[in-house]
Design a protein around this ligand. Structure first.
Ligand code: ZN
Length: 300
């Protein structure tokens, strides 16, 4: 049942720069690594082991029934619990079948909070995470909240919900997940999981020939305020494309590497070394195989 909370709380509102409204949808997450290191150990203790996969798949519907969606809606928007859960069920199915990742344990399921008023979204975000930085949605690890701005497009709004919920899944499995992998999985999984509408978004096969993959994998551009919005948008596409390549062509390697990352502390260079160590021929070979895949439009 859809519960509507028409907001009555007045937040202090600062002026929005008009240009900020035009940020890319995909610039959506918040990276709270610095603030939430104390949460990581809790995540590590509580998350499920791989042996729980079957049980977790069976529990999915129970978990979803318990998932809390809070609506702060002023307008009549075509989103309801049933539709949202149907999409999240699809997302969980894809994580389970492609990566063998279980769903959240009951205590770790994220709260989903939706706003359709920009100023209320901004005020909530400022209060919860200290600033208004994410224009379409964010996932906060410390609050375990996926907070999303709902616009006129049901498709785009649902993709953003799935993107942010993916972060909850990613962090549960790999608390120290590198930025590119976190974003690439969120982009890829949300697109392939969206319950089909008339027009779907194709998965990116983008491959930037000027990109230094080594540099890319070793840095977290997504949390770097000196990187332009346009360049960040590029990095989202690149991450999505790389994840799509790994899942469709090198899935066993990806699964093995992800399992290895689960045990690692947060260290971009440490993560990079695992990718390099486990790929036959190392990162150079991976880059070359990815490039060939991306340049072949007929190869999925
Ligand atoms: Zn994200």
């Amino acid at each position: 049942m859809q519960r509507l909370f028409f907001t009555y709380i007045l937040f202090s509102i600062s002026t929005l720069a008009a240009a900020n409204e035009l940020h890319y949808r995909i610039q959506t997450d918040i990276n709270l690594e610095e603030r939430t290191t104390e949460v990581n150990s809790e995540f590590l203790l509580q998350r499920s082991t791989r042996n729980d996969v079957e049980k977790n798949i069976l529990d999915v519907s129970d978990n979803l029934d318990n998932i809390e969606v809070t609506y702060f809606l002023n307008n009549n928007i075509q989103l309801n619990d049933e539709y949202i859960k149907e999409n999240i069920r699809s997302l969980i199915h894809n994580y389970s079948s492609l990566l063998n990742w279980p769903f959240f344990s009951a205590t770790l399921k994220p709260n989903i909070i939706l706003f359709d008023n920009r100023k209320e979204f901004e005020a909530y975000q400022t209060e919860k995470v200290g600033e208004y930085r994410w224009h379409y949605g964010y996932y906060s690890k410390s609050n375990n909240e996926a907070v999303i701005f709902i616009n006129d497009s049901t498709k785009d709004s649902t993709l953003t919900i799935l993107h942010e919920v993916s972060h909850a899944i990613n962090y549960q499995r790999i608390p120290s997940i590198p930025g590119w992998l976190n974003e690439g999985l969120a982009e890829y999984m949300s697109k392939i999981s969206l319950i089909k509408t008339d027009d779907t978004k194709p998965v990116s096969k983008y491959n930037d020939s000027t990109l230094s993959i080594k540099k890319f994998l070793k840095r977290n551009y997504f949390n770097d305020r000196n990187v332009s919005a346009k360049q960040i948008s590029n990095y989202y596409q690149i991450s999505e494309s790389l994840v799509a390549f790994l899942i469709s062509k090198e899935n066993q390697y990806l699964r093995r590497t992800l399992t290895s990352l689960e045990k690692l502390p947060f260290s971009l260079s440490g993560h990079y070394k695992e990718f390099d160590r486990l790929y036959p021929g190392g990162i150079d070979a991976l880059a070359e195989n990815w490039r060939q895949w991306a340049n072949n439009p007929h190869e999925n």
